[in-house]
Design a protein around this ligand. Structure first.
Ligand code: G4P
Length: 528
């Protein structure tokens, strides 16, 4: 096997989807520990310390600064190279969170065993569904009393519409937590608080009849476990790799991230079964990861910490070929050749300049606003990757200027900031309003601050009666004209000049959809 092929096959690029507080940060730390990147585990923690901050800009700055380095964490494990792409979650939740999911080959869903499937998880899973992304599940906080495991699996199946195949099964919970049983390995792994940082043979029993197990668990617990397993094995799905890879079935692990319990079983299974880099669609043809020529797309833009420099880092996922420092790449949207000498790579232990990067890897390209989200880079072929969309915002505010003479500057600022992708802006057909849309509420504070700081524009954001937005398309131009005329009050252009229906209420949107069956209302928009 060529080294390019080998490097590609050993990549595992994924992201964690979860509701805030389910344990994503804690689990990330533990995964990094296994990857030998112990220092990094510390900085994940420090980011968390800043997460409760709201509109305090210093905190924001810090958060932004650290999140450049922790946006992508690469670590080796068992001969594989794992790329964990961060999905900003608390105050820093934004459209980027959704778009990161377009750059991974699989995802890991973390669920709090006391809370079950929560709202943000549902939303993020919808995004995974757009590409049938394979999902593994970790049910966390087993050291606390939670809901019945079987009930949790039922909830995942019914709410998220994905079959569950339990791979480990908890033995007790909360204070009664004794360990987990691994269904495929037929092993019992005992829980020993504070001792689970490495695999220990003394706490692993092969089979339910292994000598010493009854003593370790207690005969009643063991008898109950055997009964329960019989029930579970009868009632739940068996692991099926094809269904997993098709995004139809999720293997489920139970554990406690903070105690590092059950995490290594998850990681072992993950590197063994999660997909290596997958083919990607472009407008013309599919790109195979083992193709020799470099291709990649940009899924996230991050402004530099120092606003005086207007420097940005564009995060590019490599889809095929090999990146070598100093190589020339074609930016297909502009038709321009760019030479990238100092791309960033993201080894978990340190941020450093990369010499080489392979499919599944992410590199950071410095630029001054010349690179946009969705941009494709190649070694010369004029292609454009698809599936890196804008997502309909869920929160809307009207920009209000203190000094009306600053209108031009405001428009320019909003347009440029929305190019970074964390917010979008809309201009209604029937008014001079400028409406900003976001999926995370903190983004309005960020924009207000940066307008002042970088564009010298004093603006605030106030409530506006827009509840949701949909991009509208119609194959029949006459119907479209009619639709536009009748609905002008609720239509706007986005920054790219695309027509958007901005609905004051969900019900209004529903009625419009019923009334205009020929018009498509899309919750995402592909980059042109
Ligand atoms: P997030 O990134 O998904 O938002 O979650 P995070 O890891 O920050 O975890 C949220 C809280 O849940 C933290 O507590 C964390 O310690 C706790 N936690 C994570 N995993 C487990 C677990 O397996 N068992 C228990 N009992 N708790 C867990 P916190 O009080 O917010 O922070 P801290 O001060 O304890 O760090």
């Amino acid at each position: 096997m060529s080294s390019h092929l080998q490097e590609t096959h050993r990549r595992r690029t994924f992201a964690i989807v979860s509701h805030p507080d389910a344990g994503k940060t804690t689990l990330t730390e533990k995964l990094l520990l296994f990857g030998g990147a112990i220092q990094m585990a510390g900085s994940v923690k420090s980011r968390k310390a800043a997460r409760h901050a709201t509109s305090d800009w210093m905190a924001l700055e810090k958060e932004r600064g650290i999140s450049v380095t922790s946006s992508v964490m690469q670590f080796p494990y068992e001969g594989k190279i794992v790329n964990l792409l961060d999905t900003p979650g608390h105050a820093d939740f934004s459209e980027d969170t959704y778009r990161v999911l377009t750059a991974v080959d699989s995802a890991l869903m973390v669920i709090d065993c006391a809370k079950g499937v929560e709202e943000r998880t549902i939303k993020l899973m919808e995004v995974c569904r757009l590409r049938d992304t394979p999902i593994m599940t970790f049910i966390n906080k087993l050291d606390r009393e939670g809901r019945e495991p079987i009930e949790l699996l039922d909830e995942v199946e019914s709410v998220l519409g994905i079959a569950c195949a339990p791979l480990t099964w908890p033995i007790g919970m909360g204070k009664r937590l004794k360990g987990v049983y691994h269904m495929l390995l037929d092993e019992v792994h005992l829980f020993e608080q504070g001792k689970n940082f490495t695999r220990q043979d003394s706490t692993i029993f092969k089979g339910l009849d292994a000598p010493g197990l009854e003593e370790a668990l207690g005969s009643q617990v063991l008898a109950d476990l055997k009964d329960e397993l019989e029930l579970v094995q009868g009632a739940s799905h068996a692991f099926d790799i094809e269904q997993y890879l098709a995004g139809q079935l999720t293997p489920v692990f139970f554990g406690s991230a903070v105690n590092n319990f059950g995490v290594q079983l998850l990681l072992d299974f993950f590197v063994a079964h999660a997909p290596s880099p997958q083919p990607r669609s472009t407008l013309g043809r599919d790109i195979e990861p083992n193709e020799e020529k470099l291709t990649g797309f940009v899924f996230k833009i991050q402004a530099n910490m120092d606003p005086a420099h207007r420097d940005r880092v564009a995060f590019m996922r490599i889809c095929s070929g090999t990146y070598t420092a100093g190589m020339k790449m074609l930016q297909t949207r502009t038709g321009k050749d760019v030479r990238i000498a100092n791309a960033l790579t993201f080894m978990a232990s340190d941020r450093e300049i990369v010499e080489k990067a392979y499919p599944g890897d992410v590199i950071g390209l410095h630029n001054h606003g010349t690179i946009g989200i969705g941009d494709t880079f190649t070694e010369g072929e004029a292609i454009s990757f698809t599936g890196i969309p804008n997502f309909a915002p869920e929160l809307f505010r009207r920009a209000r200027l203190r000094d009306p003479l600053k209108m031009k500057a405001l428009q320019k600022g909003l347009a440029q900031l929305s190019e970074e992708g964390a917010t979008q802006f809309f201009r209604p057909l029937m008014s001079n309003d400028l409406i900003l849309g976001a999926v995370g509420v903190l983004q309005f504070d960020v924009v207000a601050y940066r307008l002042k700081d970088e564009y010298n524009v004093d603006a605030s954001f106030e409530a506006v009666s827009v509840n949701t937005a949909r991009w509208v398309h119609c194959d029949d131009p006459r119907k479209m004209e009619e639709f536009k005329e009748k609905n002008a009050m609720n239509l706007a252009y986005d920054a790219a000049g695309e027509l958007v229906y901005i609905a004051p209420t969900r019900v209004n949107l529903q009625l419009a959809q019923e009334r205009w069956p020929q018009v498509r209302f899309a919750a995402t928009r592909e980059h042109a």
